[in-house]
Design a protein around this ligand. Structure first.
Ligand SMILES: NC(=O)c1ccc[n+]([C@@H]2O[C@H](COP(=O)([O-])OP(=O)(O)OC[C@H]3O[C@@H](n4cnc5c(N)ncnc54)[C@H](O)[C@@H]3O)[C@@H](O)[C@H]2O)c1
Length: 381
């Protein structure tokens, strides 16, 4: 028994990743599954068609035929409405659906009787670590954000002793020390900068210090449920602003990564703080997509305010598509192990905790409560 798996080319503007890389295709083919890949799907990530063919994939030029043939369709981005319409009833879609922001697509999948799983809804439990796309892609984003900071600063990052004089190391400040922030810290440290990190979760302190950086400690521990941060009270926000303001004024490069699940990103760097920054300093706002950690961030743009460069890059994982796709693909491989039995059949029920939490549509209904509530509240068709 085998399952027919299909991987299309991503059509979202600026998306360079692909859902499966040849190495994972080969594993699935060896396990007896048939894998069809759209021609050119991996090209912009550095995986050419011959590599897929050599791994055992069948290449398909016709997008509609590819979608129509899928028992399980694997994607990075949510499908377009047209793509959702190509999927046959009873097929399974696995991707980053961003369900709450894509209600019309969810409705289309529901009406088309497609079973869909949203990878951003995976519970962040130990057993799900291998399939956690939020973590793998945040690792890429943190690394890229630091490289953008290094490229935009007019300074060296490391200390240098040269015949032309001694250069002091740059000061890098990372606000938010979750998965992306820790990767940015590690990257800045490897580049020779003096690094400071800040997070509202006290547990992050040990991780920041273990990477060779100083932890900015506030007398607050805002650890909420599931290891995530909670929103600060007004009084706590004031204390935070005082401490952050001083560190911001002294930094050469700032990377901000602070997020609270399901909410707009907290604003940590206000306009007045930017005004106190030195000309030439740089802020890279990794939270640009969810509103920004800096008040002056313009999503998708790089602006200069009083000589301070503020970058608000979008879809950073797509800027390192080879390894972002590799990690995403490994995550999908782990997810498929839950979805397909060892005998090569799709599992009948989705009772497994991980599948149940990420299931969005099934048999013409919306199974995910939060999304169903949004739809019935008039947020979609
Ligand atoms: N499977 C697992 O067990 C698993 C997987 C991934 C992450 N995690 C844990 O989840 C936690 C957060 O992960 P994430 O990177 O996805 O988080 P995230 O993207 O939701 O947030 C990024 C960081 O911003 C911080 N933050 C929020 N408000 C802030 C504020 N006002 N000031 C400063 N920082 C603020 C958060 O504490 C978090 O560390 C970490 O403890 C991580 O280790 C666990």
């Amino acid at each position: 028994m085998s399952v027919r798996i299909a991987v299309p080319r991503e059509v979202t503007p600026l998306e360079r990743r692909v859902a499966l890389v040849p190495e994972v295709v080969q594993r699935l083919a060896k396990a007896g599954h048939s894998v069809t890949v759209e021609a050119g799907a991996g090209l912009s990530a550095g995986y050419p068609d011959p590599a897929y063919a050599a791994a055992g994939a069948r290449m398909e030029d016709d997008r509609k035929a590819l979608f129509a043939s899928a028992e399980i369709l694997l994607k990075v981005q949510p499908p377009t409405e047209e793509e959702a319409g190509f999927l046959p009833p009873g097929s399974v879609l696995v991707c980053q659906l961003n369900a709450s922001r894509n209600l019309p697509i969810v409705a289309r999948l529901r009406d088309g009787k497609v079973t869909s799983f949203a990878l951003e809804l995976l519970p962040r439990i130990t057993r799900a670590q291998g399939m956690d796309v939020l973590s793998s892609q945040a690792t890429v984003a943190g690394y890229r954000a630091m490289l953008i900071g290094a490229e935009l600063t007019p300074k060296f990052l490391p200390m240098l002793t040269t015949a032309a004089g001694t250069i002091r190391p740059a000061k890098v400040l990372i606000l938010g020390a979750g998965v992306a922030g820790l990767m940015a810290i590690a990257t800045a440290h490897r580049m020779g900068a003096v690094v400071e990190g800040y997070d509202v979760r006290r547990a992050a302190g040990e991780q920041v210090r273990s990477l060779g950086a100083k932890f900015l400690e506030l007398a607050i521990n805002a650890e909420g449920t599931g290891g995530y941060a909670r929103e600060l009270t007004a009084e706590e926000k004031q204390k935070e602003a005082e401490m952050v303001s001083k560190a911001v004024a002294e930094a050469d490069v700032i990377v901000t990564t602070a997020a609270i699940p399901g909410r707009k990103a907290p604003v940590l760097v206000r306009k007045e703080m930017v005004e106190r920054m030195r000309p030439g300093s740089v802020l890279v706002d990794l939270a640009a997509e969810t509103g920004g950690n800096c008040e002056l961030t313009r999503p998708g743009e790089t602006v200069v305010v009083n000589g301070v460069t503020i970058a608000g890059p979008l879809n950073l994982p797509s800027q390192l598509p080879y390894h972002a796709s590799f990690m995403f693909s490994k995550n999908l491989q782990a997810f498929l192990e839950l979805l397909v039995t060892k005998e090569g059949q799709r599992v009948a029920g989705y009772t497994d905790e991980i599948l149940a939490a990420s299931l969005v549509t099934r048999d013409g209904t919306v199974a995910h409560k939060g999304t169903a509530d949004l739809l019935s509240a008039g947020g979609g068709p």
